[in-house]
Design a binder for this molecule. Structure first.
Ligand code: CA
Ligand code: CA
Ligand code: CA
Length: 270
């Protein structure tokens, strides 16, 4: 009974995946928000929202990944001694984070729980102010401080901007004034992290302006791009205290089904 229901749920999710499959351009130069990407655990897309957020705004801004290079740039957060790619400002602003850190950023939007990450880009003003986020992937792993250049081996994939097709987020840095202000609030669905332990490490990999000459002729320039956790001041229930309740409900449900099945068998037998 449970297996059949589970299979139907999986087929439903697969159908949803198929209908959603497409490349998306989230244009934050002209619009204020858009959704894109997904992952193997949850078909729900992430929300990308333009923000003029200042460090003195609501919530505590906690930077964990800094990336900077000319033309194109990429990297993921790690406390490894020799990190690969174009990460900068170790060890304070490029470093390991754990799932318990991410959990502190939980916010509720339209009845759905998300983790909130702030992306602050820094590009020259004028005609060169465009930068594109071409790939964003989030992995979880029991192993910290990794230094592999094989990004897909970092751990369990939780979110992928290109999951439904080659997508990108187009950002105009000149909508805000340089480093330390703005630019994009990224909301990643909490449900994509089912089964993650609070002590697990979270790796965020980002790739900016890769071979995207039509959308972004001048590539990456200027100062660094920075990702930060946005720790929300309003207290929220811990996810770790939520999961056991779900587990308990499943267990109780399964017991009830077994009980009913046994009762039915006994009725037939008698
Ligand atoms: Ca892409
Ligand atoms: Ca900025
Ligand atoms: Ca830059």
């Amino acid at each position: 009974m449970i297996n059949a229901k589970f299979t139907i749920a999986l087929l439903g999710a697969a159908a949803l995946l198929a209908t959603n499959a497409s490349a998306v351009v989230v244009d934050l130069e002209r619009n204020n928000e858009g959704t894109a990407g997904g992952g193997p655990t949850s078909e729900r897309m992430a929300l990308f929202q333009f923000t003029a957020q200042q460090p003195t705004g609501t919530g505590v801004i906690d930077p964990f990944l800094t990336i900077q290079a000319e033309g194109t740039e990429q990297g993921y957060n790690t406390s490894a001694e020799n990190p690969p790619f174009d990460v900068k400002r170790q060890p304070n602003f490029t470093r390991d984070i754990q799932f318990s850190d991410l959990q502190k950023t939980t916010v509720m939007l339209n009845g759905v729980s998300y983790f909130q990450i702030l992306l602050d880009v820094n590009e020259p003003n004028g005609a060169k102010s465009i930068i594109t986020l071409d790939e964003l992937q989030i992995y979880t792993s029991a192993q910290g401080s990794q230094s592999t250049t094989n990004v897909s081996s970092l751990g369990t994939l939780r979110y992928d901007l290109d999951f439904f097709g080659d997508s990108e987020v187009r950002i105009d840095a000149s909508r805000n004034s340089g480093s330390g202000s703005g630019d994009v609030n990224i909301f990643i669905p909490v449900e994509a992290f089912a089964g993650t332990a609070p002590s697990d490490y979270v790796y965020l990999y980002a790739l900016f302006s890769e071979g995207n000459l039509k959308m972004n002729p001048d590539g990456t320039q200027g100062g660094f791009e920075e990702f930060a956790l946005v720790q929300n001041i309003t207290p929220i229930p811990e996810l770790s205290s939520f999961f056991p309740i779900v587990g308990l409900m499943v267990a109780v449900g399964a017991t009830n089904v077994l009980r009913r099945r046994k009762a039915a068998q006994q009725t037939v037998a008698s």
